[in-house]
Ligand binder design. Sequence first.
Ligand code: ASP
Length: 338
Amino acid sequence: MPTRRKFLQSSAAGLAGLAASPLAAVALPAAPVAGKPVVISTWDAGVNANKGAWKVIGPGGYALDAVEAGVMVTESEQGCCVGLGGNPDRDGIVTLDACIMDEKFNCGGVAGLERIKHPISVARRVMERTPHVLLVGEGAQQFAVSQGFPLEPQQLSADAKKAYAEWLKTSKYQPVVNIENSKSRPTGPVGGPQNHDTIAMLALDAQGRLSGSCTTSGMAFKMRGRVGDSPLIGSGLFVDPAVGAAAATGQGEDVVRIAGAHLIVELMRQGRTPQQACKEAIERIAAIKGAKAKDIQVAFIAISKTGQTGAYALQKGFNFTVSTTDTPVLRDSEFLLK
Ligand code: ASP
């Protein structure tokens, strides 16, 4: 039996060891290392979004400004799947989720936000001007209005109206995999049964600062009040300056189940490359879902603090966009279920 004295001695030794261990160091932001800027984002919507981000980051701007400006392009795009043009919930109302995180563990998000064009900018205001990290629904909208964001009309885009009318014929909640990929959309940019709609972006700037953003109208025809992974720090997005950053797209419930983005960053901390870490997270989801894995799509992107990028998807059809110059490169992702 250890005596009380021995126990105290060994605890003190243990604490001293902890202070000297890498665990003590990881809580502190690492000094950024200067290098070349890199931007990575989900899907082919990332091509235009990365161009928007590059205008900021290319000439030496801040990664946080870049990831905000980049996804704002997608939020504004007519006929795109993110923002107010997206598909509504099952009651016919578009509700938006977004979050943003910088290289100092500052973060902010909004969920279930209605009638605001740029949820990502509201998320940034939550981060910068409130003591909180997440505002939802009416409160998020009130805050947005108090910050000067105009209230847009409560209406569906023509395409979303059509898609909703079509959906009402069966009212069956049956997400379609890869619907964010514009090539997978059956009837053009926003027609057809689109079921999930997200852009996530990670950026490393020339000063070595990492940031990430994520914005979505969520799963089409979701239950009213449903929140997915995209506004949740640690699930849809996570940034740790000592390691790297990760973000998710696809069936949010299954990303939340494994705290996807945070898991990937922790795997990178343990030595996995961004690609390996994304793959391992997808394998975990596949193992959890079993035979049901084939009915969903989940994909991750990641970047290390030195600018190495990676991506991996559960199923074929996920693509992502990488920029190391002002010309973005669209790539098909590797995937698990062959
Ligand atoms: N992750 C989003 C959500 O679950 C949807 C998507 O990425 O398409 O709300």
